[in-house]
Design a protein. Structure first.
Length: 492
């Protein structure tokens, strides 16, 4: 069902018609900025399931002021000098504490390998930055958005040509998208693209000024393949830099950010909006994508380092520990599973912990408040590194998240909710499926009486070893062109 729907949607890209619409600013294509959102809406409409964690709780005035001050104090232009490696990264993954400082699990390991040559530019998460940061060369991105936004308010009237182009583009989607979009979505998309058309004129000189001063040889962009800020790739290329993306989560055959129809896949023009190199966790992920980016097997620094740290750690406490990993999309289901597991597990001394998804942020306390009334064998875990609890549990329950693959890598049994979302992203032969809370209890009881082991060969395809050497070879050979290393595993 999932793969069939993905293939049906990608038929829109079998012809190049969707690439015929351009903004007047820099002749930028419209499709990269709309693509993922359009496909996501189609998937949610057809399958009738939510695909995101919803809107976060709003920031109070104090948090807003702190974020603004941080954006001004640590502007991307502050003390800017040449950095061969520039990494635009999100703050969602900055969840690790090293002493009193914050460390990012997605990008910071790579930045430390070439510390003096790497600059990390953080995007805020839900309007907030994490400070102070562990790595030294970090800046906050939002001054660029603030400056462009202010200029846009003064001079930001969209051109008549752009308004007509956006209207024609949305009309094209109404008639050609295999899953017809809802009218409310079309109206919102039109407003978004018209607004973007005027902002681009003010964003471009700021980014080009940044690239001119930083002189990067490669620019990494977290979530770059999703397209929302793909103008960064385009303008980085215009400045002469290579572009890249570190894999940050699961990729699968029906993941619309990493799979493309024939005409878009083959379009030299569209490739300017995608990373030249996609640095992946392991060979499995290379095989389940259809993207023109070159796939380079590097490994996952955070997974590798944490697994090494926990390999000989003894589990604490008595009685089975069950970890529920929220995906942020189905909070009611997770509350129901925790309730039934709490009741069923009292005889066997089961202990149930729920780990909210990082994207749930401040809304998690409200969403899962009912769990606190279930009793002493249920707990809600605070924001932080999932590996702190993954190594100390006996079974993992989830839907569709990277942490399920990480659990397999830690030798933990995974129990996967069998619904459209998991069918979309979790291999059918990975884990034990359940359709409701009663089946989950039954499957767990069966496991605790047998304790089957995890297939180690599958683990190796998910998580490659030697990330440090692999990344250093990539930078030296492909980016700096200073030396030859071991042959890199690169595929198209």
């Amino acid at each position: 069902m999932a793969h069939q729907l993905a293939d049906e949607l990608l038929k829109l890209e079998d012809k190049s018609d969707v690439l015929n619409f351009r903004f007047s600013c820099d002749d930028l294509l419209l499709w990269p900025f709309a693509r993922y959102g359009v496909f996501l809406h189609a998937i949610e409409s057809r399958l009738g399931i939510p695909w995101s964690a919803g809107a976060p709780a709003p920031l109070n005035w104090r948090k807003r002021a702190e974020s603004l001050w941080r954006s001004l104090l640590d502007s991307p232009f502050r003390g800017l000098r040449p950095f061969p490696i520039v990494i635009f990264g999100g703050t969602t993954g900055v969840v690790i504490r090293k002493g009193d400082k914050w460390f990012g699990r997605v990008n910071d390991y790579f930045a430390l390998e070439f510390e003096d040559q790497s600059l990390v530019v953080d995007f805020p998460a839900n309007g907030e930055y994490r400070h102070p940061r562990y790595i030294e060369n970090v800046r906050c991105h939002d001054l660029i958005r603030i400056q462009a936004g202010l200029w846009n308010k003064v001079l930001g009237r969209p051109s008549k040509k752009d308004c007509e182009t956006v209207r024609d583009f949305v009309g094209f989607l109404r008639t050609h998208l295999p899953v017809p979009p809802e009218e409310s979505f079309c109206q919102a998309l039109e407003r978004k693209l018209v607004s973007l058309s005027s902002k681009l004129r003010h964003l471009r000189p700021l980014y080009m000024r940044f690239f001119e001063s930083a002189k990067p040889k490669i620019v990494f962009l977290e979530d770059g393949s999703y397209g929302e800020t793909s103008y960064i790739y385009k303008w980085a290329r215009d400045s002469g830099a290579l572009t890249g993306e570190f894999q940050h989560g699961t990729v699968y055959p029906s993941h619309m950010a990493y799979n493309y129809g024939r005409a878009v896949f083959e379009s030299v023009e569209y490739q300017k909006y995608l990373p030249d190199h996609l640095l992946t966790y392991g060979t499995y992920w290379n095989e389940v994508t259809r993207t023109p980016s070159r796939k380079v097997t590097i490994g996952s620094p955070h997974f590798s380092e944490r697994r090494r740290a926990f390999v000989n750690k003894a589990r604490e406490g008595a009685g089975p520990k069950i970890l529920l990993l929220s995906d942020g999309c189905l909070p009611e289901e997770f509350v129901e599973w925790a309730r039934l597991l709490s009741e069923a597990g009292k005889r066997g001394a089961w202990r149930i912990s729920l780990k909210p998804h990082p994207t749930e942020g401040r809304s998690a306390g409200r969403r899962y408040a009912d769990l606190l009334r279930l009793g002493g064998n249920v707990s809600i875990l605070p924001d932080g590194d999932v590996f702190d609890v993954l190594a100390d549990c006996d079974a993992v329950v989830g839907t569709n998240s990277t942490a399920l693959f990480e659990a397999v890598g830690f030798g933990k049994p995974v129990f996967v909710y069998d619904y459209a979302g998991s069918q979309w992203g979790i291999p059918p032969d990975m884990g034990t499926r359940f359709r409701n809370a009663e089946e989950l209890v039954e499957r767990l009881q069966t496991y605790f009486s047998s304790r089957e082991s995890v297939d180690q060969k599958r683990v190796e395809s998910f998580w490659a070893d030697g990330w440090k050497q692999n990344y250093r070879c990539f930078v030296n050979e492909i980016v700096l062109k200073e030396s030859q290393c071991i042959p890199l595993k690169i595929s198209r």
